[in-house]
Design a protein around this ligand. Sequence first.
Ligand code: SAH
Length: 347
Amino acid sequence: MGIDIRSMTLEELTAALKELGEPAFRGKQVFTWLHRGVRSFEEMSDISKSLREKLAGVYRVDGLRTARKQQSQADGTVKYLWELSDGNCIETVLMQYHHGNTVCISSQVGCRMGCAFCASTLGGKVRDLTPGEMLEQVLFAQADSGLAVSNIVLMGIGEPMDNLDNVLRFLELVNHPLGLNIGMRHISLSTCGVIPGIRRLADLELQLTLSVSLHAPDSETRSRIMPVNRAYDVDGLFDACHDYFQKTGRRISFEYAMIDGVNDAGWQADLIVKKLRGMPGHVNLIPLNDVAESPLKPSRRVRQFQQRLESQGVAATVRRSLGGDIDASCGQLRRKAMEQDRKEREA
Ligand code: SAH
């Protein structure tokens, strides 16, 4: 197993190497190699063999193994199912947009938020991912695909606010000039609405884009499809969003998966308009991805809903769906793999 060295900051690494009797610059050297995505200490060619062996005795650098890979014929989207060092699986999606290559990473193994439409939460949460495991998703997706990553979205499996310490450290790592050096403005973090997390993030005044999974503007509907709403009500959530905007000056993006007969009524569009007043939000309408285990069906009123928002001055776009032919959304590949494993065990 070994210690997850990719979770360490440059300062920690430098201190650890100093204890091994190494000069200060060695920390920078090792950090740089790690963030280039090496999978073994052997690859660190300007580090002495004896130090490489010492490091390999304590630390590990090959945390993720490709369990499955799917590539969309239609749009080039690549989806990875990784096996972690403890045998758990997570997903990463790499999408090619005109503004650059975007990698969508997981922040936890599973999720405990229980949203009714989401495949990631079906088996509950297994554990949090380490900062190094989040970083490796970016590094290894980039290395495998040969596509340089310019944007990161924390929208894969898991609730980032439920693992915020590790997520913040991950952000520090990918932001580092000796590492991937990806600017905060090129990073989005999506939450189902964990208010204390939003407030904590606001205090840090990072320049990243906050996405809030709204999915319903009224408490009754939202509690029905998103249990988190029972702990953190949608009105408190909008207050936190308004404060977030005041503090950071950053426009928030609201995710809204359109579900037939549940959240696609005209009055719900009107309520969104009302609750967003005073804040330049952006609503991202997502045609619901059909999850086999769920009775919820995609809405047929997406365009009408969009027009109703836009006509009242709220920016609304319909998300272009990538990777439809490869189970590219939220936990579907992991579910499928788990299901197959179960069948094989039973057979
Ligand atoms: N836990 C975080 C981030 C992961 S989910 C969050 O809730 O925001 C990324 C986005 O996909 C969220 O907006 C989520 O609500 C949405 N989503 C999940 N299942 C979906 C489905 N079946 N169809 C459309 N969007 C879905």
